[in-house]
Ligand binder design. Structure first.
Ligand code: S3P
Ligand code: PEP
Length: 433
């Protein structure tokens, strides 16, 4: 599947998006560990999050989908048992890393694997701490990548300092720690998304966050509770960028997740000169939610570095597009983690910027992009590198420069299956061929 996008303006309307991917994963993985019944509304039914649901079903979790809601009858971690088959997690880093934390605390053997891209991503970051807790996790090909063979059982609580700023690693340790024999303490130098901590607190967990340290009691029982999943901020970011880049646009995105550990993109966008308003800000199930009204914006280049990086890591492909149409230079630093996503995002961005004729420099921890240096051509041909965020980000270039084709966009279904319909709904000119 390829995208063709064309020049457009006047993006208008009100948009309501499906639930946040990170929170949907956590609902799928954490609710079966609780006791009681719960209904999840606005769950994101995308390939990645469906992989999390199916994995928990393979362990015996009672999960039913009724009229777009997910119904859980949860009987606790002890009710989950090793499946006969290996657990396939597709393209989803969040699924494989978080579930490895859960499996580590269940008696038995589990094999987990994913698609070609997932089997290239680093797993030592979870293997090491989970093995210190008492699991026995082996990389089957001995390359610190999936497939992983996990022997789970009794775990001990540990004190652990995160080497990489990663919510997936932090969450794997927290989920393992829930059933450990004593307290677990995790230190993170740079704050990453905290949805696991927030959801666990909402479900009654004994968990404390003090400055850079998370403390969690071992052997906890959680109570299932209904959840509403706010709309995905990372998906909303594509609409924000599309409206900002096109003449005469004004779009409102309703009830979006606005947790500050996720909204670094809005801060960067504002510093670039982005025009938007936040409306109806409130808390829902221990997460911040509000609507974003965004306008056509004249942008300037900025430097993005340090603690903000984990809070906008998935939006860096999109920030590169904004930078390409901004006045002056944008520098992205401290973003080495981009190399370990669905593709090496530093290289994927650079390859496509080159196709635009943009002047840029690749660095070990990011990129330097010189705005408005693109060359006017009859058409532009981008490659997604089978990475959903690269596909969606570069498709927006066509809204400004016309005649864009992005090849191999099937992976958009992993996070934003209705991307094309949503864009069309606000007058975006996008076709699938
Ligand atoms: O915990 C999560 O839901 C996620 C954490 C981030 O990954 P890392 O933890 O590897 O930084 C992010 O890139 C990913 O899209 C989702
Ligand atoms: C990196 C991403 O997801 P994951 O790590 O779950 O594959 C993403 O959605 O951009």
């Amino acid at each position: 599947m390829n995208f063709i996008t064309s020049k457009c303006n006047n993006l208008k309307g009100r948009v309501r998006l499906k639930g946040d991917k990170s929170i949907s994963h956590r609902a799928a993985l954490i609710l079966p560990l609780c006791h009681g019944d719960a209904v999840v509304k606005n769950f994101l039914f995308a390939e990645d999050t469906i992989n999390s649901l199916n994995a928990m079903r393979m362990l015996g979790a009672d999960i039913k989908i009724v009229n777009d809601e997910v119904h859980f009858k949860a009987r606790g971690l002890q009710s989950l048992k090793p499946p006969v088959k290996s657990i396939y997690l597709g393209n989803s880093g969040t699924s494989i890393r978080l579930i490895s934390g859960i499996l580590s605390s269940i008696d038995g053997y589990f094999a987990v694997y994913g698609d070609e891209s997932l089997c290239r991503r680093p797993m030592k970051r979870i293997i090491d701490p989970l093995n210190i807790m008492g699991a026995d996790i082996k990389s089957i090909l001995n390359n610190d990548r999936a497939p992983l063979l996990i022997k789970g059982g009794k775990l001990k609580g540990i004190e652990y300092s995160l080497e990489v700023p990663s919510a997936q690693v932090k969450s794997a340790i927290i989920l393992a720690g829930l059933n450990a024999d004593r307290e677990t303490k995790i230190k993170e130098k740079v704050r990453s998304r905290d949805h696991t901590e927030r959801m666990l607190k909402y479900l009654g967990a004994d968990l404390e966050i003090k400055k850079d340290e998370i403390r969690l009691k071992g052997g906890q029982q959680l109570q299932a509770r209904d959840l509403f999943v706010p709309s995905d901020f990372s998906s909303a970011a594509f609409i924000i960028a599309a409206a900002a880049l096109t003449e005469n646009s004004e779009v409102t995105i309703e009830d979006v997740l606005l947790n500050p550990t996720r909204t670094g993109f809005l801060e960067a966008f504002k510093n670039m000169g982005g025009q938007f308003e936040i409306l109806n800000l409130r808390e829902v199930n221990n997460e911040l939610v509000g609507s974003i009204k965004v306008y056509r914006s004249k942008l300037k280049g900025i430097t993005i570095e340090g603690e903000i990086i984990p809070r906008l890591i998935d939006e860096i492909p999109l920030i590169s597009i904004l930078a390409a149409f901004a006045e002056g230079e944008t520098i992205i630093k401290d973003a080495q983690e981009l190399k370990y996503k669905e593709s090496n995002r530093i290289e994927s961005i650079a390859y496509n910027l080159k196709e635009m004729g943009i002047e840029y420099e690749i660095r070990d921890d990011g990129l330097k992009i010189l705005g408005n240096t693109y060359i006017l051509k009859d058409s532009y041909n981008f490659y997604s590198f089978k990475d959903h965020r690269i596909a969606m980000a570069f498709s927006l270039v066509g809204f400004v420069l016309d005649n864009v084709r992005v090849y191999d966009c099937d992976n958009v279904k992993t996070s934003f299956p209705d991307f094309v319909e949503v864009m069309e709904g606000i007058n975006g000119k996008i076709k699938i061929v």
